[in-house]
Design a protein around this ligand. Structure first.
Ligand SMILES: [Zn+2]
Length: 269
C-alpha cells in the first residue's frame, strides 16, 4: 500500500536533478550478493550528487568525493561534484541545506565548499561512523576517516542537524531512515509535478537491486536492505519515481537537465 496520496494541492512542487561526477568500471558480480563467479559482464557504476529545488528552496543531497580520494580508490573523477552545481546555476556558497544520505566516501567530503550550509544526517549514521563498528575493516572500508573527522568538526560548530527515523525537512521534502546498506542511511522523498519521488541514494545502488531482489554486497544488514527496497517503493507514487544511487541507467531514462548537459545532469521529475 502507498504511504502517500497523489493529491497535495498545498505543496509547491520541486524540481529534482542528478549530476554525475565520477565513474567506475565493474562487473555484475561486483554489484549483487551471491552472484555466480561467471557473471563477469560489464555493470559500471556512476557517482552522483542530487539537487532538489523550487522557487523558495534549494537543497543539495550529498557532497561527493574529491580528486585525491578518487585517485586513492581508483575511480574515474570527471568533475568536482560541488563546483558542478554551477551547471544548474547554483552557488554552493549560498546553499543553506545539505542532506547527507550516509557517510560513505562517495557521499561526503568537500564540506568547506559549503561555508554557510547546515548538514542533515541521521543520528544512527554518525554513531555508526564514529563508534565501535569502525573497528571492523569490513564495515569501515567505505568510510574516509578524514571526512568523518571533518563532519564531527561541523557538529562542534553547530552546523549539523540530526534526524531520527522519518522527519519532515521542509514542506514537500522528508527524510526517511532506510536500513541495510549502513546503520543510518536516509532516503529523501520529494513532492514533484509527477507526485512523490524518492532519492534512494544507496538504499538501492541499481534498479536491478530492487527489481531482482539482489542486494548490493556492501551491506550492514541484508534483511533490512531487502525490506528497504520495498519501503522505497511504498514511499514513491510510482515505481519509476524511485531513483537508485549509482545506476548509469538514470542518465539514460531521464532527459538531460539542459541540452548541453546530456550525460552529465538529468532532470528526474
Ligand atoms: Zn554510494
Amino acid at each position: 500500500m502507498m504511504e502517500t496520496t497523489v493529491d497535495q494541492p498545498d505543496l509547491l512542487p520541486y524540481e529534482v536533478y542528478a549530476i554525475k561526477y565520477a565513474h567506475h568500471k565493474r562487473s555484475i558480480r561486483d554489484n549483487y550478493i551471491g552472484s555466480d563467479p561467471h557473471e563477469t559482464g560489464s555493470m559500471p557504476m556512476d557517482y552522483f550528487v542530487w539537487v532538489v529545488r523550487n522557487s523558495e528552496h534549494t537543497i543539495v543531497v550529498d557532497t561527493g568525493f574529491n580528486a585525491q580520494v578518487a585517485k586513492a580508490r581508483g575511480r574515474d573523477f570527471l568533475r568536482c561534484p560541488v563546483s558542478s552545481l554551477s551547471l544548474l546555476d547554483i552557488d554552493p556558497g549560498s546553499v543553506q541545506d545539505v542532506v547527507i544520505t550516509h557517510m560513505h566516501y562517495d557521499h561526503v567530503g568537500n564540506f568547506e565548499l559549503f561555508p554557510t550550509a547546515n548538514f542533515h544526517i541521521q543520528d544512527k549514521e554518525l554513531s555508526f561512523a564514529t563508534g565501535r563498528s569502525m573497528r571492523h575493516a569490513a564495515l569501515r572500508a567505505a568510510y574516509e576517516p578524514r571526512d568523518v573527522a571533518e563532519f564531527v568538526l561541523r557538529v562542534f560548530e553547530d552546523r549539523v542537524v540530526f534526524h531520527d527515523g522519518d522527519e519532515l525537512l521542509l514542506p514537500g521534502v522528508s527524510l526517511h531512515w532506510v536500513g541495510g546498506h549502513t546503520a543510518g542511511l536516509q532516503a529523501v522523498r520529494v513532492w514533484t509535478r509527477k507526485g512523490w519521488l524518492v532519492l534512494a541514494s544507496d538504499a538501492a545502488h541499481y534498479y536491478g537491486n530492487m527489481e531482482l531482489g539482489r542486494p548490493f554486497p556492501i551491506v550492514y544488514h541484508v534483511g533490512d536492505m531487502l525490506e528497504g527496497h520495498q519501503r522505497l517503493y511504498r514511499l514513491a507514487d510510482a515505481v519509476d519515481l524511485v531513483i537508485p544511487g549509482h545506476d548509469p541507467e538514470v542518465l539514460a531514462r531521464f532527459p538531460a537537465a539542459r541540452e548541453d548537459l546530456a550525460g552529465v545532469a538529468a532532470r528526474l521529475d
